[in-house]
Design a protein around this ligand. Structure first.
Ligand code: ZN
Ligand code: ZN
Ligand code: FE
Length: 752
């Protein structure tokens, strides 16, 4: 019979597994990779063939995911031997590309075994671990289609590669010190200071002395510095022009993480997983970390070593290092050593590099554990590309995502692939990377898109990119895309009530939305409720100045009297000149757009509580309110109103504002006020859920990266017998928008 297997079956040791199984059962035939997955032709007695089919599904290798098995009877060819054949190049390219996998326990013990020929070799890997997406150029996943093609395997490596009984059978990046990539340490001018082991030891010494080292990692460069050294960390902040945004850390091992952070069982499992992302952990107050690592932040972003190079480095160092993306502020991370010398020359003192090319930049992924489940906030190394299987086949297409946290999605057959996080499309470099991501994901799948999907916002660079493709275009409302991405992440079908809360997104009515309740039915959605709108003096400037959101809200309730409320922090935060100008703007309606944004309501509260008046990074204000609320335990909630007698209902925050002002003037603790605000938001979801009578509720949008808000909302809803769904593997922020855009198309095309 012929067995066609679709799913994650390439680059995970699937063919050797099939080979061994066939040998054990004394069956004849062959196995090969195909662009769709794996093809097997096999013959022998019927009972053993049945046994074979059972085992293929049941015992498959750890990273493999069998999605579909198709069996076709064949006439016997009289074959008694079983062989592994080279790949075929025909058919659709539908097999999902595998993300990169952290070093496996077997490779790790070889790495530190003096008698092993790969002792201390920083590029050790096998079929169960190592680079995948970061080295692949096209399908099928064979060495010639990866950045390892320029390294010719030595005899011993080749023998492993060809032996179906070996752990390195068809391990595409297989290499050793004799034939594979090697390390070099460069100074800032690119002069070689040392190679191989020497390079590593010298880099460690430099880090110990407080120098900044740029490391060529798996998906790009990281900037490393001793995390215990305040001066060194402060210097990195100055060089990177990043005054406050938290830095991620890499620790040598779990024990050292536990000395600085609380680690739950789920968090441990995520830290230790083959994806090995940055995990947000609660820091212990007397941690030894330099204050400059994550100022005013009760959490630390922590990861463990995930490549042999990182393992060697961290074992040698024995202390935690800052490991932040090798880039300047919002640009994409560097992947090439020569480019890195130019772009990072002003930041790093030394460069620890190697000669295995990186096919595409992949940042470290960021994960937070909420309610014992992981929530991916940035999906890149280890997670990307994310593959989602649709219920039916769609025409091939492309979605261009959002603007700030951009990513793209392609649809081929019954599969959607969501790319890695690319970033803010405002810089030319990011835009280049974004185009590359689109091209390379399309190339891997030989995609010929028949349509493009993009956001409704005409000024998003992603929208402009879609328009350049000369394809039929569908524009999808931002928050609808958020809800659809949340549904896809939970394999949900309509009807559901989607709660999409974020900073901004263009609404159907041309105003800025962001505090939306969308009921999703078969093919479309209805905006059933939203927050009462308020003015944002200065439009875009309000995104980085929470005081403007606060002033806009106060103005809408107290009109011009707001400007005289000098006892309030946002009013005091403006100079007289500013106040005069803004007053004029509000009176005349110039550059004061209205918004229903929940993110801006968070900003207003952050400003009123005098936590943040100007932001240094996105989400800073909302995070400050969350951190304040976490310091107390309270179930009290501010009151709110629901106006209107039919959808869209308006959730009026004015009653909450009055009580908040009373509390501010009554010297109630900031933490308690922040908690009452969070609880109020949770209650609004419950109230709207009851009003609409929809039992299944999806929470989506950047606001639901807030663990406190999410947990309070889930609790409030579950007490009232709602079924609540939160994001899991697809980011709730704009990183998931591209997936939602494809899902919008899937909703309108039922059969293809
Ligand atoms: Zn391995
Ligand atoms: Zn070799
Ligand atoms: Fe959004």
């Amino acid at each position: 019979m012929r067995i066609s297997i679709a799913g994650v079956v390439q680059g995970v040791g699937f063919r050797p597994f099939v080979y061994r199984l066939a040998k054990d059962l004394h069956l004849g035939g062959f196995v090969c990779n195909s662009p769709r997955g794996v093809e097997i032709e096999i013959e022998g007695p019927e009972d053993r063939l049945d046994e074979f089919l059972r085992c293929v599904r049941r015992d498959c290798p750890p990273h493999a995911v069998v999605e579909q098995v198709r069996v076709t009877p064949l006439v016997s060819a009289g074959e008694s031997e079983f062989v592994v054949m080279s790949s075929t190049n025909t058919g659709d390219r539908c097999a999902p590309v595998l993300p990169d996998i952290a070093t496996c326990p077997d490779c790790l013990s070889e790495l530190f075994d003096e008698h092993n020929r790969r002792y201390h070799y920083p590029f050790i890997n096998c079929t169960h671990c190592g680079p995948r997406y970061s080295i692949i150029r096209s399908l099928p996943y064979d060495r010639a289609n990866t950045t390892m093609r320029e390294f010719t395997m030595c005899e011993r490596c080749r023998a492993e590669y060809d032996d179906p009984a070996d752990r390195r059978f068809h391990a595409q990046p297989n290499a050793c010190p004799d034939c594979g990539p090697h390390l070099e340490l460069w100074d800032a001018k690119g002069r070689v200071l040392g190679i191989c082991d020497d390079a590593l030891l010298m880099a460690c010494r430099a880090l110990d002395d407080g120098w900044i080292v740029a490391l060529k990692g798996l998906g790009g460069f990281q900037l490393l510095v001793d995390a215990r050294n305040d001066d060194a960390v402060a210097r990195l902040r100055r060089h990177k022009v990043r005054p406050l945004k938290p830095f991620a850390l890499m620790y040598p091992d779990l024990e050292s993480v536990r000395r600085d952070c609380r680690v739950s069982e789920t968090e441990r499992a995520v830290l230790d997983s083959p994806q090995a992302p940055i995990v947000l952990l609660r820091r212990i107050t007397d941690s030894t970390m330099a204050g400059a690592v994550a100022p005013k932040n009760p959490n630390l972003g922590v990861m463990l070593p995930y490549t042999p190079l990182h393992h060697l480095l961290m074992a040698q160092l024995g202390f935690a290092v800052v490991a932040t993306s090798g880039n300047l502020s919002d640009e994409p991370i560097c992947t090439d050593e020569d480019e890195a010398r130019d772009r990072l020359g002003g930041i790093a003192d030394m460069f620890l590099v190697h000669n295995r090319p990186i096919a595409r930049p992949l940042d470290d992924s960021v994960v937070r554990v909420m309610g014992k489940r992981e929530l991916v906030m940035r999906s890149a190394r280890g997670y990307a590309p994310r593959s989602i299987v649709l219920k039916h086949v769609l025409p091939s297409g492309l979605a261009t995502g959002a603007h700030m946290k951009s990513s793209i999605a392609v649809c081929t057959g019954n599969r959607v692939l969501l790319s890695q996080h690319v970033g803010d499309l405002s810089t030319a470099r990011t835009l280049d990377t974004y185009r590359e991501a689109r091209k390379s994901l399309s190339a891997i799948y030989a995609l010929q898109p028949e349509y493009a999907v993009c956001d409704l916002h005409p000024d998003y660079q992603s929208t402009r990119e879609a328009e350049k493709l000369r394809l039929p275009i569908t524009k999808v409302q931002h928050h609808y895309a958020h809800v659809l991405s949340g549904m896809a992440d939970n394999s949900l079908e309509p009807p559901v009530l989607g709660v999409a809360w974020d900073g901004t997104g263009l609404g159907d009515d041309g105003t800025i939305w962001g505090g939306e309740f969308l009921q999703v039915h078969d093919e479309n959605y209805t905006r059933v409720a939203h927050f009462r709108t308020f003015h944002l003096p200065g439009g875009d400037r309000a995104m980085v100045e929470p005081r403007r959101a606060a002033l806009g809200m106060l103005y809408d309730v107290f009109s011009a009297h707001a400007f005289g409320m000098d006892d309030l922090a946002p009013i005091r935060a403006f100079g007289d000149r500013d106040k005069t100008v803004i007053r004029e703007m509000l009176a005349k309606g110039i550059n004061v757009p209205v918004t229903s944004s929940a993110g801006r309501i968070f900003d207003a509260v952050a400003s009123l509580l005098n936590l943040v008046q100007r932001c240094h990074f996105e989400g800073q204000a909302a995070m400050a309110v969350e951190f304040a609320a976490e310091t107390v335990t309270s179930h009290e909630a501010y009151p709110f109103g629901i106006r209107g007698d039919r959808p869209p209902y308006i959730i009026d925050w004015e009653p909450a504002l009055h009580e908040l002002l009373r509390d501010i003037r009554g010297s109630i603790s900031t933490g308690l006020m922040a908690a009452r605000f969070h609880n109020m938001l949770a209650q609004t979801v419950k109230a709207v859920g009851k009003l609409i009578g929809e039992k299944r509720i999806v929470l989506t949008g950047g606001c639901f990266q807030n663990a406190l808000l999410t947990e309070a909302t889930v609790q409030a809803l579950e007490k009232s017998d709602f079924e609540v769904f939160v994001h899991h593997h697809v980011p709730p922020n704009d990183g998931g928008i591209a997936l939602g855009q494809i899902m919008a198309i899937a909703r309108t095309i039922k059969e293809h």
